[in-house]
Ligand binder design. Structure first.
Ligand SMILES: Nc1ncnc2c1ncn2[C@@H]1O[C@H](COP(=O)(O)OP(=O)(O)OP(=O)(O)O)[C@@H](O)[C@H]1O
Ligand SMILES: [Mg+2]
Length: 261
């Protein structure tokens, strides 16, 4: 996207600070996510990437700073509140329930209930509807699994990641955040997850992607948010910088000069 095109800010953070005892995980971190983009968060181990997305998704509460969704300040007390606001997150340590099947995982925490029982104490889970909708979501994203009744613990790593991404894509109305979604995957499965990410973007939902895989990041991201020592040090694009230059910014070998993208 060119700089003179009007960009719509969806999710924003200003001056986030998060301390764990003597460790300062976030040290005045800013963040901007625009409509329809894939934003890659890059930085060395311990730079604060996971902590930043945990703050954005309600998994932790920052000590200082402000988060805005569509221009309004938000205070998420837990991930459920963020999810209700349309922010879906696939965490680094995958949050699927292994013993449950695909449909149950897709609707975990928001089971569909049988209609027509409003006001009744007996709100039965609508299993047929959840199975049908799960099938539609999975097919929609072209994920290759057999039955929606298959337990997640029997799926391959790639299929499991597919289910986690499908769940996020199905319910996110505003933002999808993914922390290293391809870290444990082979080439084919990684390619599948990248296709899913593009699919989500093509529906207009912006995606935040954390990855250490530079070729992958440069292939898929519209912009790169570079983190170092708990703060954003630069925003660049695959066109404005080379991989070597991006790595130099991450490690602090060079300081960022020029204009943020
Ligand atoms: N719950 C916690 N308790 C104590 N320290 C923490 C906690 N979570 C994160 N930290 C520390 O905060 C810093 C940032 O961690 P974070 O997980 O955000 O890094 P990261 O950029 O995601 O790294 P990686 O690439 O290795 O996943 C690290 O020094 C880490 O040890
Ligand atoms: Mg991390």
């Amino acid at each position: 996207m060119s700089a003179d095109q009007a960009r719509v800010l969806v999710l924003e953070a200003r001056g986030l600070v998060k301390r764990y005892g003597v460790v300062t995980a976030l040290n005045g971190a800013d963040f901007d996510l625009y409509a329809g983009e894939i934003l890659a968060l890059i930085g060395d181990n311990g730079a604060g990437k996971s902590t930043l997305i945990k703050a954005l998704s309600g998994a932790i509460t920052p000590d200082e700073g402000e988060i805005l969704l569509n221009g309004t300040t938000v205070h998420f007390r837990d991930p459920l509140e963020a999810r209700r606001s349309g922010i879906e997150t696939v965490y680094q340590d995958l949050a699927l329930a292994p013993a449950l099947d695909i449909a149950e995982n897709l609707f975990l925490g928001r089971e569909l209930r049988v209609r027509g029982l409003a006001g009744s104490l007996l709100r039965l889970a609508d299993r047929p509807r959840m199975l049908a909708e799960s099938r539609a979501h999975i097919a929609d994203l072209k994920i290759n699994v057999g039955s929606m009744k298959q337990a997640v613990e029997t799926l391959s790593g790639g299929q499991r990641q597919g289910v986690a991404v499908a769940r996020a894509a199905a319910f996110a109305s505003r933002v999808v955040i993914m922390d290293e979604p391809t870290a444990a995957l082979g080439v084919r499965e990684s390619g599948m997850v990248l296709d899913l990410i593009r699919e989500v973007r093509s529906r207009g939902t912006p995606v935040v992607l954390i990855s250490h895989n530079m070729p992958q990041v440069f292939e898929i991201a519209d912009r790169l948010h570079v983190m170092r020592l708990g703060r954003r040090v630069a925003t660049i694009t695959p066109a404005s910088h080379t991989m070597t230059e991006a790595v130099a910014l991450m490690t602090g070998a060079t300081a960022f000069q020029g204009k943020d993208e």
